[in-house]
Write a protein that binds this ligand. Structure first.
Ligand code: G4P
Length: 514
């Protein structure tokens, strides 16, 4: 890949089963990324997508970890970051979103926005990054297109602007009408791409034409004004209809994607705005994944390059510690296949072999200025459990596994003040299960959970918490950085506590989710 090729970096977000994997595979095919679609995950046929690489994903049929893929289309290098579709892994999705410039939201036209996915979409919405929407499964009887748009507008408080419009759906699907260029992409069984100007089309019956013309007029009159500015600041989402499975509308989506997606954006570090074209190389680690290959027990840190040029072997500084190191082992990704990468540019994601130096959120820079990219906000956990090793003799492995999985962000770890009991926090129950599974499979430790009734974590940002203030319903613990955190059973206990202790300031760790 040429280094001069422009970059576009995005993540796909969707509810499980909306068609994210299928769409990703089709995009990769268009970019010449993979030769056959045989790698598309088919839960029934037992095949798995190139993007699913962890055993646990295969077992559960859900994407637990994010992977990175690349394709070249219209001379643009597109970096795709996969995200877990399940809401229990919203934290992982959030971290992935810090590394992209655009998000693609895939919605199943039959189901619309599903309740469990709302948090994922909101996370995306709140980052203020451009969001492109792909409404999938047009080959099935779905919700009315206008209702789907209204749903997005209401639930996500975001304007919509359809870029194409379906003509029929399911059995009556005839095609999609491209609004800007007034052409019809005809739907046919052979899945051959056929595009005709609207005035030349012969496939629509007169009632279909009438309905289409009415709907387009309605959109023109009542629709939102489309501006690139609104797209770029995430205020308006361009909406595309299609069917990933039938490769219908996918290429049109990609053609538009390269025009609408944001280029690598300037980012804030230590209060300064760092431009991608800056000569100084900088980037941050948004994800660490241990044991990607069980045969090698390796650990990979995923780095988003924000400025300058990466060259293999270059000396960088880890801003957190000031330690200098040479980056000799770097990889680019094609899901589980990797290749050594020698150079990379802003927008690119590279994998660095890590022997324990890096943490999620670390900034790497050249030069001596200890720049730090804006800290990754902590996602407030909602589930807590005390955890112990079943077999006390496995103490060493237990601590190692715990340390590594916490560094990866699989779960959050807290300790009680005096006895230093381990309490783990998660956004969703599945995170506990993944943790348990990985502790057993990767570290050979059986663990025991004691689920707690607490549901809220608040960081103490001002004031001192004394023993007298807390009890079993409001429990004081320390987080990984030694900060005081109080775990509350519910909103009511939290409010009572705040009323009694007005001098204390509490933070949910991540205000924007509130
Ligand atoms: P995900 O990654 O978002 O979880 O979704 P994935 O692509 O795995 O797709 C989920 C299911 O929806 C799959 O069916 C897939 O074939 C189907 N699908 C994806 N896009 C479309 C589409 O445009 N139209 C229709 N009708 N179906 C679509 P499955 O039953 O889980 O697997 P399989 O047995 O069909 O392989």
């Amino acid at each position: 890949m040429s280094n001069e090729t422009p970059r576009r970096t995005f993540a796909i977000i969707s509810h499980p089963d909306a068609g994210k994997t299928t769409l990703t595979e089709k995009l990769l095919l268009l970019g010449g990324g993979i030769r056959s679609a045989g790698t598309v995950k088919g839960k029934k046929s037992g095949k798995f997508a190139t993007s699913d690489w962890m055993e646990i994903e295969k077992q559960r049929g859900i994407s637990v970890t994010s992977s990175v893929m690349q394709l070249i289309y219209n001379d643009i290098q597109i970096n795709i970051l996969d995200t877990p579709g399940h809401q229990d892994f919203s934290e992982d999705t959030y971290r992935t979103l810090t590394a992209v410039d655009t998000a693609v939201m895939v919605i199943d036209s039959v189901k619309g926005i599903e309740a469990q996915t709302l948090k994922l979409f909101k996370v995306c919405r709140m980052r203020g990054i451009p969001i492109l929407t792909f409404i999938n499964k047009l080959d099935r009887e779905g919700k009315e297109p206008l209702d789907l748009l209204a749903e997005i507008e209401e639930v996500l408080e975001m304007e919509t602007a359809p870029m194409n419009w379906p003509i029929g759906m399911g059995k009556t699907l005839k095609g999609i009408y491209s609004i800007p260029d007034k052409k019809i992409e005809v739907y046919n069984d052979s899945h051959e791409r056929e595009i005709v100007p609207y005035e030349d089309q012969k496939v629509l019956q007169s009632f279909e034409q009438e309905q289409l013309e009415d709907e387009i007029m309605l959109l023109e009159e009542a629709g939102n004004e489309f501006t690139m500015e609104k797209v770029q600041n995430g205020q308006l989402t361009p909406v595309f209809f299609g069917s990933a499975l039938s490769s219908f509308g996918v290429q049109s989506f990609l053609d538009n994607f390269v025009k609408l997606a944001a280029e690598p954006q300037p980012r804030k570090a230590s209060g300064e705005v760092i431009l991608p074209e800056s000569n100084t190389f900088s980037g941050f680690i948004f994800k660490i994944q241990a044991n990607m290959n069980p045969n090698h027990r390796d650990r990979i840190a995923f780095l988003r390059i924000c400025s300058g040029k990466f060259e293999r072997g270059m000396e960088i500084m880890l801003s957190r510690t000031g330690k200098k190191m040479k980056l000799n082992q770097s990889q680019s990704f094609f899901a589980s296949q990797t290749e050594t990468i020698d150079t990379a540019l802003p927008g690119d994601i590279i994998g660095l072999y890590d022997s324990g130096n890096f943490q999620v959120g670390d900034t790497l820079v050249t030069g001596n200025e200890r720049l730090v990219y804006e800290e990754m906000p902590q996602f407030p956990p909602e589930k807590f459990a005390k955890v112990t090793a079943k077999n006390a003799l496995k103490h060493k492995q237990y601590h190692k596994g715990m340390e590594q999985l916490v560094q990866e962000g699989t779960i959050q770890l807290y300790k009680t003040p005096y006895f230093e009991d381990f309490i783990i926090g998660a956004v969703g129950e599945l995170q506990f299960q993944v943790f348990e599974y990985r502790m057993k499979n990767e570290y050979n430790v059986d663990i025991e959970f004691q689920h707690m009734t607490h549901e809220l974590a608040r960081w103490v940002t001002k004031g001192e918490v004394t023993d007298k203030m807390t009890d079993s319903r409001k429990m004081l613990v320390k987080d990984q950085q030694g900060r005081s955190v109080i775990l509350f059973e519910n909103e009511f206990t939290l409010r009572m506590f705040q009323d009694k202790n007005p001098d204390l300031s509490l933070s949910s760790g991540w205000e924007i989710l509130e």
